[in-house]
Every structure is written in C-alpha cells, then in structure tokens.
Design a binder for this molecule. Structure first.
Ligand code: NAD
Ligand code: G3P
Length: 380
C-alpha cells in the first residue's frame, strides 16, 4: 500500500533533514507520450518519499467536440480523453492549462511536447521557474539555427539557464500505457546523481531505465530515427518487403551514427546499442506514427501531402519525422554533405514531393558512390 501523506512527509524528513519531500514534478506537455509519462511518474511519486505526490501536467488547452475544455475533462475523468483515452493517469495527476501556474512550484520539469513548440513554450517560461530546477527532455527533434543545429535539451538549457538531461528509447506510448515491458535510456552531461534521480522517477517494473553520459548521442538517436521511420513507411506503402525495409533501416542507422559523430565528436558508438539507438529504430520502423503516415503517403502515390495525412490519421497528434528530415537537409546542404547522406537527403526530397516515393530505393547509385564518412566503413 502507498504511504499516507503524513508517512511520506516523515520519511522525507528523515531522508533530507528539512521536512517534506524535496522534489516536485511538472510535466510540460500532455499529448500521447506526455500523458503516459505523467502516468509513469505519478505511479512513482505516490510511493517514493523524496517526491511530492502531486504531478502537475501542463495542457495546451483545446475545446473538445462536446464543447468541454480538455483540461477539465482530464481532471474529471482522470483520462486524457483526446490523446490517451481509456487509460487512468493516476489521481495525483492534475491537468493545468496555465503554463506559469503549472511550473511555479516545481523543481523537476519534464518537457514532452512536439519539438516545434518548445522554443515558444520556453520563451513564456523565462524568469518563471524556480532556481536550481532540473529538466529532462523526452522530445525527439532539433532546431536548426543560422549557426547550426541546436538540440532541444540545449535549447531548454540556453533559454532557461537550467541543466537538461534527455530520456529516449523504444517507447511507443500506447504500449507503455498498458504496461507492456520496455526500456529507455537517459542521457546526462556530468551529474550522475541527477540522472539517477530521473531514473528513480521513471523506473517501474515494466519500464526499465539506464543512464549514459552522452546527451547528444542519446538525443540524436531519438531525433534521427524519425527520418528513417519515414523511409521504412514508404517501403511498406510500396509493398517492397522485409528485406528492403531491413536494408533501409541498416543504411539509416549508419547515417544516424555518421551524422551524429560529425556534429558532435563526443557521441559514443556504444549509445547506438542502447534502447535509444537500435531498439528505438526498430520499434519506430515497425509500429510508429511516422511509419504509418509515410505508408499512407506512398499508397497514395505521393498525391496527398504529409500535413493532410497527418491531420486525418493522427487526429491532433504530431509527426516529427517530416520536419526533422527538413532540418537535417538544411544541415546537409549548408555543409555540402548531401552525397554522404543519400537516405536522409532522399527522404526530405520525397516529403516535399520533389521526388516520387519510389525514389527511396532508387538512390542506391548514390549510396554506392557516396563519400565514405570518416570512421564508417564503405557502404558496399
Ligand atoms: N507518442 C509516442 O509514442 C512517443 C514516444 C516517445 C517519444 N515521443 C516524443 O514525444 C514528443 C511529444 O509527443 P506526444 O506523443 O506526447 O504528442 P502528440 O503528438 O500526441 O500530441 C501533440 C501535442 O501537441 C500539443 N499542441 C498542439 N499545438 C500546440 C501548440 N501550439 N503549442 C503547444 N502544444 C501544442 C497538443 O495539445 C498535444 O498535446 C515528441 O517529440 C515525440 O517524438 C512520442
Ligand atoms: O510514433 P512515432 O513515429 O512518433 O514514434 C514513437 C516513439 O518515438 C517510438 O519510440
């Protein structure tokens, strides 16, 4: 049985000497994964004395078809009726549509929104968060600025002046929501203790978390695999079979590793063998949303846009792969690296309908002739 509030306060006071649990968590985001993350976290905060029971979850407010506000519906039903219906989040999850109010007491912030919204959210949070707050980003994506790529964890650190770890992995949210076993990887910069606290917050018997000292490696794995997932979906949409899909995944993994290492020399090879690496690539290419929408795109012969298909098939959930392919393309073209990354380049050109879906395997000439990236064995 979970301890009572009084018992928790007593235990916390014994373990921190100041009375009351020292850590208070807010989840910034409430989409499909955001809601599952809140559920995972809430199941731990009620049990562990170092955390306040309550988990605030910031909701980007919207009006449901019945006229009700989403945040109110979540608090009444204890379910995110739009993004994760049928799953109880835990009574200690409180939906809050007021961003400032949601973060004002927290000293552990979990960022989990589609990557295109993070800069706007952080702008609103400047000067509004408590000193010594720690953050973790579950967001798979990056921004490209004039000076080059900026990972989301770095953007959070730069804009808010707080340390930011990352958590990525083979984590299709709907499967974790029904407590099917999976693993995840935390990437941390220096402070192992902070990483361990995040692991404590997320770990459950069905969600095992490990930590590696490689923020950029972990985050780039989570980000770049979405581009490969688009390629895998295109292959599925043209019924090209398992061998072709495996080939695309292998080439994609190779490009993920090569680009990550070119962008950040600190990235470790071993990171690609963690859950955030090859395992996430596999699950995304088998069962993710990027794969699914790309399959529909190819089945339509590229006649309907990704935006159109995303809106129809995902009902408000967001794809990350199409915008990431564009961001990667910007990096590659700025540096003249397109020929070294034929799969990434071709995915973008298909997404913008400059090339037909079938081009996903027609670029093999380029692969054969591709410049070999330092440290990466030749393609053929
Ligand atoms: N869903 C998964 O299985 C999964 C698993 C692991 C990681 N992720 C990553 O987590 C991140 C968040 O994904 P998700 O699945 O929780 O979200 P989602 O795609 O299910 O939902 C979209 C969210 O964006 C919000 N939104 C819409 N317009 C907005 C705006 N202008 N400003 C702020 N928010 C707005 C919506 O309210 C909703 O909460 C992504 O980077 C994704 O790649 C997702
Ligand atoms: O559904 P996707 O394609 O956004 O992928 C979900 C997760 O990132 C899988 O780990």
């Amino acid at each position: 049985m979970a301890p009572s509030i009084e018992e928790k306060a007593e235990m916390a006071s014994a373990c921190n000497g100041i009375g009351g649990p020292p850590y208070r968590v807010t989840v910034v985001g409430s989409g499909n994964w955001g809601s599952v993350a809140a559920k995972l976290i809430a199941s731990n905060t009620v049990k562990l004395p170092v955390f306040h029971d309550e988990v605030r979850m910031w909701v980007f407010e919207e009006t449901l078809p019945n006229g009700e506000k989403l945040s109110k519906a979540i608090n009444q039903t204890n379910e995110n009726v739009k993004y994760l219906s049928g799953i109880k989040l835990g009574k200690n999850v409180i939906a809050d549509p007021d961003l400032e109010n949601a973060v004002k007491e927290a000293n552990m912030l979990v960022f989990v929104t589609p990557h295109q919204f993070v800069a706007g959210i952080c702008k609103r949070l400047v000067g509004k968060i408590k000193p010594n707050t720690e953050a973790i980003s579950l967001i798979k994506g990056m921004e490209v600025k004039t000076e080059g790529p900026c990972m989301i964890s770095k953007l959070i650190t730069d804009m808010l002046g707080i340390n930011c770890c990352v958590l990525m992995g083979a984590n299709i949210a709907n499967e974790i929501a029904v407590e099917k076993f999976s693993e995840a990887t935390i990437g941390y910069r220096q402070d192992k203790e902070v990483a361990q606290r995040w692991a404590q917050l997320f770990c459950t018997p069905y969600f095992l978390v490990s930590a590696v000292q490689d923020v950029e490696g972990v985050e780039l794995c989570g980000t770049l695999k979405n581009v490969v997932a688009i390629a895998a979906g295109l292959v599925d949409g043209m019924d090209m079979g398992n061998n072709t899909k495996a080939a695309v995944m292998r080439i994609g993994l190779r490009e993920m590793r090569a680009l990550s290492k070119l962008l950040f020399s600190s990235v470790k090879d071993s990171t690609f063998f963690e859950s955030c690496g090859v395992a996430d690539l596999i699950t995304t290419c088998l069962g993710g949303r990027n794969r699914r929408v790309a399959e529909a795109f190819a089945r339509n012969g590229g006649k309907r846009s990704f935006d159109d298909l995303e809106a129809e098939l995902l009902q408000g959930q967001k794809l990350q792969g199409v915008s990431t392919a564009k961001e990667v393309y910007e990096i590659l073209s700025h540096r003249g690296w397109q020929s070294m990354f034929p799969l990434f380049t071709t995915v973008h050109e298909i997404c913008i309908r400059q090339l037909p879906p079938s081009a996903i395997v027609e670029y093999k000439e380029q692969i054969t002739n591709a410049t070999v990236v330092e440290g990466v064995a030749p393609y053929c």
